[in-house]
Write a protein that binds this ligand. Structure first.
Ligand code: KIV
Ligand code: ZN
Length: 400
């Protein structure tokens, strides 16, 4: 199994999207958590963007010792100088240089010819490699770049000292087949440099960021750039938790390993939401409130018989707390009503009385009642399927 490097850019691509800006302390808190989560590289910021971003990058770089810390810079001297200042105290620094390579960006945004851009890129990658132990180069808008020019740029940066080459789908335009083909074409022409790590960085404008990242892995990519909760420019980046869980659940399909501690995914997602005040949509894969909720009666029935019928991963595996309501003979109706409320069921007094009766019968037999049990009970009550009250002398277990 090959090792896949996880490059987390929550603090850079994620943080630069509207509503997600974080101050130095918040970035530090999240960086510590992301390091514990097991990522390989944390992109701490884009130091030229503001003095605050430079300061936060320096703070993260000084504190994070196990992961590599990256700082972003355009292929321009003042950007590179700022990024190197940001990385000054990093134990394992990575300078992340980028410049757009598509004709569209060159003509309208940078107003440069292909030759001018290539010169500028080579100059800055050379300079960066002399001042930082590791250099990554990103060809911005790679997926819309002419493949011959892209390959020329990739060979030039590798010859100038970059050891990681990232080919982003900057505007989320690519499809899995096209994206994989681009990597295969580039790899084929990198024959003399088998150790160069190719990296994918996908945006979700067409909802394809995860699919494109997985296709890139199939094509030999061994670094994926992603973010917690999939935050990032516009529709966001590939989401780290979706990627990690996809690779875990489909180990049969993707022969790569990561160091991600799956049980930290949910707590990390919650920490980001509480820091930024932006909650995760309920239907979000892995970390959304409904990701493990089962509403349809047929699904609940299947889950109760065997969770594998409708769950491809147990919630506890990704750190979603198993909410259990311990109901015993002394439990009150209020506890039951408030848990049902939290689960989204407002009950009438009659429904509550019936739920309580059924819950007590089950508690006698099983000692504790899970959220799944409660949902099943309330649905039965509402469908009029509650069992008849037990005859005097019969045991709770037989009623169930
Ligand atoms: O989307 C993109 O192209 C980027 C690069 C700067 C890596 O974020
Ligand atoms: Zn990006």
């Amino acid at each position: 199994m090959d090792k896949l490097q996880i490059f987390d850019t929550t603090l850079r691509d994620g943080e630069q999207s509207p509503g997600f800006s974080m101050n130095r302390e918040e970035k530090l808190q999240l960086a510590r958590q992301i390091e514990q989560l097991g990522v390989d590289i944390i992109e701490a910021g884009f130091p030229i963007a503001s003095p605050g971003d430079l300061e936060a990058t320096r703070a993260v770089a000084a504190e994070i010792k196990h992961c590599r810390v990256a700082a972003l810079a355009r292929a321009r001297q003042e950007d590179v100088d700022a990024a190197l200042r940001g990385l000054e105290h990093a134990a394992k620094p990575r300078l992340h240089l980028f410049l757009a390579t598509s004709d569209l960006h060159l003509k309208y945004k940078l107003r440069m010819t292909r030759e001018q851009a290539l010169d500028q890129i080579v100059k800055m990658v050379r300079f960066g490699s002399q001042h930082c132990e590791e250099v990554e180069f990103s060809a911005e808008d790679a997926s819309r770049t002419d493949i011959d020019y892209l390959t020329q740029v990739v060979l030039a940066v590798v010859e100038s000292g970059a050891t990681i080459v990232n080919l982003p789908d900057t505007v989320g335009y690519s499809t899995p087949d096209d994206y994989a083909k681009m990597f295969r074409d580039v790899r084929a022409r990198l024959g003399a440099y088998p150790d160069i790590i190719l990296s994918a960085h996908c945006h979700d404008d067409l909802g394809l960021a995860l699919a494109n990242s997985l296709a890139a892995i199939d094509a030999g990519v061994r670094q994926i750039e992603c973010t917690i909760n999939g935050i990032g420019e516009r529709a966001g980046n590939a989401s780290l938790e979706e990627l990690a869980v996809a690779l875990h659940v489909r180990q049969d399909r993707y022969a790569v390993t990561t160091n991600i501690k799956l049980e930290m995914l949910y707590p990390t997602s919650r920490m980001l939401s509480s820091i930024t005040g932006v909650s995760v949509p309920p239907n979000k894969a892995v970390v959304g409130a409904n990701a493990f909720a089962h509403e349809a009666g047929i699904h609940q029935d299947g889950i109760l018989k065997n969770p594998l019928t409708y769950e491809i991963i147990v919630p506890e595996k990704v750190g979603v707390p198993a909410r259990k309501l311990v109901l015993g003979k002394h439990s009150g109706r209020n506890a039951l009503r408030s848990r049902l409320d939290e689960l989204g069921f407002q009950t009438t007094d009659a429904e509550l009385a019936e739920c309580y009766r059924m819950a007590m019968l089950q508690a006698d037999a099983e000692k504790e009642i899970t959220d799944r049990d409660l949902i099943s009970i309330i649905h039965k009550v509402r469908r009029g399927q509650a069992p008849a009250p037990a005859a005097p002398g019969s045991s709770a277990a037989t009623v169930r």
